[in-house]
Design a protein around this ligand. Sequence first.
Ligand code: NAP
Length: 264
Amino acid sequence: MIKVAIAGARGKMGIEAVHTVMKREGMQLVAVLDYKKMGSTLAHLDVFPESYDVPIYTDFAQLVDDTQPDVLVDLTNPHSVYEHTKQALELNVRPVIGTTGFTDEQLAELTELAARKRIGAIIAPNFAIGAILMMKFAREAAKYLPDVEIIEMHHDKKLDAPSGTGLKTAQMIAEVRQAKIQGHPTEKETLAGARGADYDGMKIHSVRLPGLVAHQQVLFGGEGQLLTIRHDSLNRESFMSGISFCIETVITMESLVYGLENII
Ligand code: NAP
């Protein structure tokens, strides 16, 4: 039985993740981590049934002492995720991180820490299998069509831009294409930001609107042709099989993996 703790259990993703772990055979939700005292168990929160007798902690070290989780799933926000991940590794709890917004320096430090402690960790900017395929197909297409722009579209409560998936897609494309400045060499923005963010000469555009969940298009342009690779997460259930897969996989690993595409 894999013992799981979840940080961010009251959030949109967290609520779904709690139900997923509670229903999944071979997993036990032993605790949740919050930063506010919201009640002693999940049963005290309106969003969960009374049968969810899972303790809520505000102190992670105490949570680990009392409930000994194997895995911490983090679905919080870019401000707290780095500390949670680091603390989990230091306390020998394997992190499965869905929260986006790490800097390259933070990723490097956590990778080194996991390797030194020989503890598995997964940081997955996107848990949806379709989004992983979109990134893989985009990397393949960029070998032949190196002019590419990314449009990522999310709900307007999202805190970081570009999205972790948008950034990861650009990184994967950059592995196979020569850095290349796109558009006209002397183009000039008459309104700042009009051409989007720049990654190795590739442009990333972030759309934030109510009604959206998580969507991305990768547009390739060639002579007389266009290719668009598009993925849409229509609800948060699209991420749940990826979360279960990561929980089951991370306990077999001894290092940090960034991106689900590296393990499926
Ligand atoms: P959300 O609805 O805002 O949920 C975040 C929850 O975390 C809130 O309940 C928040 O509480 C809580 N929280 C904040 N700081 C915390 C802390 N230090 N300890 C414990 N809980 C804390 O956001 P969401 O839509 O569920 O998304 C959560 C994260 O997952 C975001 O970073 C998002 O980008 C990411 N995400 C990832 C994927 C993926 O496939 N990897 C998919 C979708 C979303 P308060 O509201 O009271 O502050």
